[in-house]
Design a protein around this ligand. Structure first.
Ligand SMILES: [Zn+2]
Length: 99
């Protein structure tokens, strides 16, 4: 198990624009960023990412969520794999807890 302290560090350091922007070409539009949705076939920028809310939303396929759900969906990671991926990206030491 990854400790709650580590999870908190990961979520506070995570920048959704930085992470989603690695997989989707994003263009700034006002306070949000838009791009072509990676979850359905589209030619338009239906995919909106809000850095303020740390959320994404697609007007085409209605998928929405945060950085963690994005990685789980896009990379097919489970929750723990996602946390480990983010921890290594942001150089956060993962504290393990046994039960
Ligand atoms: Zn979509």
């Amino acid at each position: 198990m990854i400790s709650p302290n580590t999870i908190q560090q990961i979520t506070s350091r995570t920048d959704i624009i930085d992470v989603v922007g690695e997989f989707v070409a994003l263009t700034k539009q006002g306070t949000n960023y838009v791009g072509v949705c990676p979850f359905h076939t589209d030619n338009e920028a239906s995919f909106t990412v809000s850095p303020v809310k740390e959320m994404y939303n697609c007007f085409g396929c209605r998928k929405s969520g945060n950085t963690i759900t994005f990685l789980m969906e896009y990379k097919k990671y489970d929750y723990v794999q996602t946390l480990r991926w983010l921890a290594s990206r942001y150089n956060i030491e993962v504290e393990e807890k046994g039960f």
